[in-house]
Design a protein around this ligand. Structure first.
Ligand code: NAP
Length: 338
């Protein structure tokens, strides 16, 4: 038996990847519909090797009879339409930040806190975490189980695809423009992104942090452990796809780099590539199209009693967004909720 599935935001960077991953992983579907804004109605998007779906307008779409909706149309649109889909009996997996911190909405990374899925019937909505949070908690979970993570200081190197399709176009146009000795005005990003880095993702908050930095802190607490403190600096870099994190982690108990490597190696979804002397570490360009979260450069931080530093890389459109959402759907099926 297959399911009737709606992909909302199907023309976007995440939505297209959702369609790819549903097809790649052969999620059992009887019907898939692609939804986006009114302006995209009638356009075609690919589903699998040989199917084209005609995009329909979300505004006019009725979710009655649909089992599952994967949403990534931006927070303001999810705010209106996700509860509408949920009320029609369709389980919503939402990629935006809209519902993540709502107490009655589970925030799930299946390898990390699958058991929290249980509460989803309250609202019929499950939230997909922020892309950088997902890859960080994937690397922290096996280490937390061994030695209890207390504090993380992390700097992110986030690709432009994390800001959507138009942001990718802006990096392309600026890069080309600079070679042609003209500098297109920044539109999507607050400053020049080509040949530059920008320590500003989402809005600034009163305490001087950005909302992206705040998300990494509060989402990690909700997913992994409220006692973990996270100090993040989130930076946009001129890379198309793939986020990297440089994380410094303090533990309650002693944890050697070797023991950490062993537990990371064994953790489902994490790929340990860690032999710097032999040139073995992973960069964003190498993780594009991959499912895994790659961990490299695990080493002792001898400036604190129990500390390790590491480098964590993942495809932000896949494990950071679409793959995680599809894995949540697979978990719903496996647990008998769908
Ligand atoms: N990119 C990432 O790595 C990532 C990771 C995690 C979460 N997210 C979140 O996922 C969401 C989408 O991100 P994205 O990167 O895919 O953005 P995007 O490339 O800009 O795509 C946005 C999508 O939303 C649709 N949309 C916009 N307004 C709409 C409306 N009024 N009604 C229906 N559909 C509408 C767009 O349709 P049209 O083509 O018709 O405009 C498009 O399909 C954001 O909330 C983002 O924060 C992104």
């Amino acid at each position: 038996m297959g399911y009737r599935v709606a992909v909302v935001g199907a023309t976007g960077a995440v939505g297209r990847e959702m369609l790819n991953i549903l097809a790649e992983r052969q999620f059992p579907v009887d019907e898939v519909v692609a939804l986006a804004s009114k302006g995209s109605a009638g356009k075609e998007v690919s589903f699998g090797e040989d199917q084209e779906l005609t995009v329909q307008a979300l505004e006019d779409f009725e979710f009655e009879g649909f089992d599952l909706a994967l949403f990534s149309p931006g927070a303001a649109v999810s705010k209106v339409h996700a509860p509408r889909a949920a009320a029609a009996g369709c389980v919503v997996i939402d990629n935006t930040s809209q519902f993540r911190m709502d107490e009655d909405v589970p925030l799930i990374v299946p390898e990390v806190n699958r058991e929290a899925l249980e509460g989803f019937r309250e609202r019929n909505i499950i939230a997909n975490p922020n892309c950088s949070t997902i890859q960080m908690v994937m690397a922290l979970k096996p280490l937390h189980d061994l030695a209890v993570v207390r504090r993380v200081v992390v700097a992110t190197y986030q690709s432009v695809s994390g800001a959507g399709r138009e942001a990718m176009d802006e990096l392309f146009e600026q890069t080309k423009g600079i070679y042609e000795t003209r500098m297109p005005e920044p539109k999507h990003f607050p400053k020049q992104i080509a040949f530059n880095v920008i320590p500003h993702i989402d809005v600034f908050l009163e305490d001087g942090a950005t909302k992206e930095e705040w998300k990494m802190a509060v989402e990690t607490k909700k997913i992994l452990d409220p006692a973990i403190e996270v100090a993040a600096t989130c930076v946009r870099v001129p890379v198309f796809v793939g986020h990297a994190l440089a994380a410094n982690v303090e533990f309650e108990h002693e944890l050697s780099p070797d023991a950490a490597r062993e537990s990371l190696y064994e953790f489902e979804g994490v790929l340990l590539i860690d032999d710097p002397a032999g040139g073995e570490y992973v960069t964003p360009a190498e993780c594009v199209g991959e499912y895994g979260v790659f961990v490299s450069r695990v080493r002792r931080d001898s400036t604190v009693p129990h500390g390790l530093s590491m480098w964590i890389v993942a495809d932000n459109l896949r494990k950071g967004a679409a793959l995680n959402a599809v894995q949540i759907a697979e978990a719903l099926v496996a647990e008998g909720y769908l």
